[in-house]
Design a binder for this molecule. Structure first.
Ligand SMILES: [Zn+2]
Length: 444
């Protein structure tokens, strides 16, 4: 038993959204009670107690779109890289990195990402992996890091024909093998999906191979219309729009997650809505790659289950929250835009997305929900109450204000110190591997 007490509690439970002073009691992987600190201490006198020291206690974050493989891009300078557009960015930077990753690099990239997740209070991620340098076993390397660090992970490998048919086939098989393995996992912390890079790098033959090897229990995780080039390619080669092509391949559905969806029209939105397909928005990445602004507010207003991710650009969901908040105000020239929609995406929809793959109630502090809880170092300088929580968070909090992270009932970080992981050793190993990767890339 563990009690996290003496904090301002944001529950995300509509029946009691905020307590000026309260506590959360956890038994194993589950929250057993939320109430006053005195009441819970009395009810569970033998429980271990962590004092939140009047800081904010809230549900841990969920990231609905990550790229572990991009870890070693930070600070990397590739000779001759000077992109003119999105396709140059993909080929010159991201595909160049993933073509040169070893299995050890993938493992260390995952360790680095998971450490950052924990330090930003993120305890559940949906990763979209590529390492065409070594495909086979790559998802299992990430799983190893997930289990070592304790972050709940839904993994997939992004299938693509970009490096030829053999590698496309190997990427389908890596997904299939990992999904079968994840379906047998009893920890509740690992899941798998059939990953796909984007329709413009996947032939009909590969689509068919993926469909034939996908267990029914899972869906697809694919980038959709991230760049205008993706749409142009689909119209030119298949005479239809992207979501129509996905519909024809039976890729849409409640278990499928579409990244970005920037260049989609109202008809495609209807298909996404009718099939119950999920969408994930990655504001910083879209801006940084100069890809355009997706019609995210419209998707949310239409009732499409739309979540928030980072696309590997950051591991801080508060950063994604802040950028989405200003992006849609700016894009729509409407200072009233996005106030409600973005927190709904981050705090409600990401939990709904994750619950389609994990068996526990996530993103909420209440009896029976997953024991995924964080403590945030925030002392409100104006009154905080159930009506202005999100305003306090978006302007007052960043991921690095998270001081304590608990996932699945395990304390992964306490007072900014990671428990159970030698962070300095992991970072030293990562720096060494990243330097070797940069050498390999620049000596090609
Ligand atoms: Zn992505």
């Amino acid at each position: 038993m563990l009690i996290l007490g003496n904090g301002r509690v944001i529950t995300r439970d509509p029946s009691a959204p905020y307590m000026e002073s309260g506590a959360v009691a956890m038994d194993g992987r589950t929250i057993v009670k939320v109430g006053s600190t005195e009441e819970l201490k009395k009810a569970y006198p033998d429980a271990e107690y962590i004092d939140a020291k009047r800081k904010v206690i809230m549900p841990a974050f969920i990231n609905a779109h990550e790229h572990i493989y991009s870890s070693f891009a930070r600070g990397l300078s590739i000779n001759g890289y000077n992109p003119n557009g999105f396709l140059d960015i993909l080929d010159g930077m991201w595909w160049t990195i993933d073509r040169n990753l070893t299995l050890e690099d993938t493992y260390l990239s995952a360790m680095a990402t998971y450490v950052e997740c924990i330090k930003n209070g993120v305890t559940t991620i949906f990763d979209h992996h590529a390492s065409f340098g070594s495909i086979e076993g790559s998802l299992f390397e990430i799983e190893k890091a997930a289990k070592e660090t304790g972050v709940r992970s839904c993994l997939c490998y992004e299938i693509s024909d970009r490096d030829g048919k053999e590698k496309a086939k190997a990427s389908v098989m890596e997904n299939a093998e990992f999904i079968r393995h994840a379906l047998k996992d009893e920890s509740g912390m690992i899941a798998g999906m059939m990953g796909m890079h984007a329709q413009f790098t996947i032939s009909d033959e590969t689509m068919e191979l993926a469909a034939a090897n996908k267990p029914d229990e899972v869906g697809y995780h694919i980038h959709v219309a991230e760049g205008i080039e993706d749409l142009h390619h689909c119209l030119k080669h298949y005479g239809k729009r992207i979501v129509d092509r996905l519909m024809d391949w039976e890729i849409l559905g409640e278990k499928t997650l579409l990244g970005h969806c920037i260049y989609i029209n109202p008809h495609e939105m209807d298909l996404i809505k009718e099939t119950g397909t999920m969408v994930v928005h990655n504001p910083e990445s879209n801006m940084g790659n100069a890809c355009g602004c997706p019609p995210t507010m419209e998707l949310v207003h239409r009732g499409i289950l739309t979540g928030l991710g980072t696309d590997g650009y950051t591991h801080d969901m508060m950063e994604s929250f802040k950028v989405a908040n200003v992006l849609h105000k700016h894009h729509l020239c409407d200072p009233n835009a996005a106030w409600g929609e973005v927190p709904q995406m981050l705090f409600e929809n990401n939990a709904k997305i994750a619950e389609r793959y994990f068996d526990q109630k996530l993103g909420v502090l209440k009896e029976g929900a997953a024991a995924d809880v964080i403590v945030v170092n925030y002392d409100p300088l104006t009154p905080m109450n159930e009506n202005n929580i999100n305003g306090h968070l978006v302007f007052g909090v960043t991921g690095h204000d998270v001081v304590t992270t608990i996932a699945n009932g395990k304390v992964l970080m306490k007072d900014r110190e990671l428990t159970g992981i030698d962070e300095a050793k992991v970072m030293a190993d990562c720096r060494q591997a990243a330097a070797a990767l940069a050498n390999r890339i620049n000596s090609r």
